[in-house]
Design a protein around this ligand. Structure first.
Ligand SMILES: *Cc1c(COP(=O)(O)O)cnc(C)c1O
Length: 386
């Protein structure tokens, strides 16, 4: 049976050209970029080339890019780095109630250290209202952190408007753009953000490498201490192959973005529209238009999501119940809860995130298989339909 991967928000396969770019840096070009000899110069140059490739994708200056070990680390670095830098003057943070755990748990860790945090609500589409930020912000607010697009429902936030509100009140603005960088246009100057997190493996780069954009002039405390790598902001021997892969993935994303977006939107709309007359008692989650190109999440009523996932997997479809982190627990996702979706409905959540290697045939097969799976599950459902 053909396996079909509909879980691109969890991770993506490395692009063959990104892989090819990485390979020499595992073997013949193995030098430590901090070394002064030619082995080191060769890899130091490759890292700087990757920094330029990424900066070009973001419309940033290469000096504004700090490579990290993941998107999670970039999020931790942004929140803790700013809080610890400004903590003697300002001890309040604002974030949203639908953030990735990397931001949510960083904010909670800072609360344990004595910072206060406000978690802004979202509407039923998963959207944060800039007016609610305006009401929550105080002279004590050091940092506002709102994700660019949500990984479970795909809703894209009005980052530019939110960043403006933060700046009016002298707070810094960070966005977790792990779901958007390399997927939709992300221009740090147009968005007006001070800090932005990203991760290579969400846009056809390798796992275990990310970056934090830090606008020139913004100072923060390092998270990882050690040698002076990354201008003293992120110690640890440089992950050269990973960074080279990230750089190539960024260049490819920039070149292929219009085609990738058009392809993903076409498939997503085929899926969303196709479900309408094939499935009953379900809702589409997330904003109808302000959403990631390949993102289609639904909640199916009278169904337990985990069983739906397993049966879909038996039919060859790799989907998700929401986030990779909430899978395995019966607790419905904090994102769907914050959007006001009833627990019963939220338990039947199914996220499909489409990518460059998917086809119309894949979507058409999904449209046949999912209704069959739902029918089977409803026949034996403990939450019988009335
Ligand atoms: C995947 C993801 C992260 C974590 O990035 P890693 O590189 O996997 O640690 C953070 N935020 C969002 C929105 C994500 O989708």
């Amino acid at each position: 049976m053909k396996r079909i991967y509909f879980d691109h928000a969890a991770t993506t396969p490395v692009h063959p050209q990104a892989l090819a770019a990485m390979l020499p840096y595992f073997s013949e070009k193995f030098g430590n970029p901090s070394s002064l000899h030619s082995y080191g110069q060769e890899t130091a140059q490759a890292v700087e080339e990757a920094r330029k490739q990424l900066a070009s994708l973001l419309n940033a200056d290469p000096r504004e890019i700090i490579f990290t070990g993941s998107g999670t680390e970039a999020d931790n670095f942004a929140l803790k780095g700013i809080a610890h830098k400004l903590g003697s003057k300002k001890r309040h943070l604002i974030t949203s109630s639908i953030e990735h755990h990397a931001v949510e748990n960083s904010a909670q860790a800072l609360e344990k250290e004595g910072f206060t945090a406000t978690y802004l609500p979202v509407d039923c589409d998963g959207m944060v209202d800039p007016e609610s930020l305006r009401r929550a912000i105080t002279p004590e607010t050091a940092l506002v952190s709102i994700m660019h697009a949500n990984n479970e429902v795909g809703t894209i936030q009005p980052i530019q408007a939110l960043a403006e509100v933060a700046h009016e009140r002298d707070a810094l603005f960070h966005t977790d753009a792990v779901q958007t960088v390399g997927t939709i246009p992300v221009d740090v100057k147009a968005l007006g953000v001070d800090l932005l997190s990203l991760s290579a493996h969400k846009f056809y780069g390798p796992k275990g490498v990310g970056a934090l954009y830090i606008r020139r002039g913004v100072a923060l405390e390092p998270l990882v201490c050690g040698g002076g790598q990354e201008r003293g902001l992120r110690a640890g021997t440089t992950n050269v192959p990973g960074i080279v892969g990230l750089g190539m993935a960024a260049e490819l994303a920039q070149a292929e973005m219009p085609n990738r977006m058009a392809h993903a939107i076409k498939l997503r709309e085929r899926l969303i529209e196709g479900l309408k007359d094939r499935l009953e008692d379900y809702i589409l989650t997330g904003h109808r238009s302000q959403r990631l190109p390949g993102s289609a999440s639904i909640c199916v009523d009278f169904i337990e999501g985990e069983s739906m996932l397993l049966l879909m997997d038996q039919e060859g479809f790799a989907c998700s119940s929401g986030s990779a982190c909430t899978s395995g627990s019966l607790e419905p996702s904090h994102v769907l809860k914050a959007m006001g979706i009833e627990v019963r409905l939220a338990q039947g959540s199914l996220r499909s995130t489409l990518g460059r290697e998917n086809s119309e045939e894949d979507v058409d097969r999904f449209l046949v298989v999912l209704p069959q799976v739902v029918k089977r599950l409803r026949e034996m459902s403990p939450f019988k339909k009335k």
